[in-house]
Design a protein around this ligand. Structure first.
Ligand code: ADP
Length: 187
């Protein structure tokens, strides 16, 4: 199963992503985690990305696209994967389509985790990560609204989009996700 997971910061995407990859036994590709690891290791990519991340802005597309291209070639991705935090712009989505088209391994489904903005702000304010300062949170929500939300139409038009209500307990939300993904399991 090849899956893209889209949702604004604070939607609970990370928590649900963990559950999804363990139930369906697919690789978890989180660009946020990959960038944080690169930043901590002070690699050239990490150093470049850090400036954008600490402002709540998106890292330039070409850096992320190269990172994903390399990662998708790894053995553990051949049985399927969940893309978490990528693509985040139309340019990234187009680059992904091109990569997957060349390999003849199209996406099976794009899952949107939907949570109203007031609730997101409330959740993020209580989290305490370094890029969770109020003005940085606001910027991340703006980046989502302006750069990432257009992907929903993009994937809707391709007939790939499934939307899940992200309000409720972790178990309730996962149950909704499971009812959608079980249909694609084994693909
Ligand atoms: P969030 O909790 O906001 O969903 P992530 O952990 O996915 O955040 O990402 C943290 C930061 O890493 C983002 O604010 C952004 O600067 C950068 N980043 C992650 N994925 C991408 C991407 N696909 N394109 C550009 N920047 C990204």
């Amino acid at each position: 199963m090849r899956l893209v997971f889209i949702g604004p910061p604070g939607a609970g995407k990370g928590t649900q992503a963990e559950r999804i990859v363990s139930r369906y036994m697919i690789a978890h590709l989180s660009t946020g985690d990959m960038l944080r690891a690169a930043r901590n290791a002070k690699t050239p990519l990490g150093i470049q990305a850090d400036a954008y991340m600490s402002r709540g802005e998106l890292v330039p597309d070409d850096l992320i696209i190269d990172l994903i291209r390399e990662r998708l070639a790894a053995d553990d991705c051949q049985r399927g994967y969940l893309l978490d935090g990528f693509p985040r712009t139309i340019a990234q989505a187009e680059a992904l389509d091109k990569m997957l088209g060349e390999k003849k391994t199209p996406l099976d489904v794009v899952l949107e985790l939907r949570v109203p903005e007031e609730e997101l702000f409330r959740r993020l304010a209580g989290r305490g990560r370094a890029d969770d300062k109020p003005e940085v949170i606001r910027q991340r929500l703006v980046a989502y609204r302006e750069q990432t939300a257009p992907l929903l139409d993009y994937y809707q038009e391709k007939g790939l989009l499934k939307t899940v209500d992200g309000l409720g307990t972790v178990d309730e939300v996962f149950e909704r996700i499971r009812s959608i993904l079980d249909e694609f399991a084994g693909a």
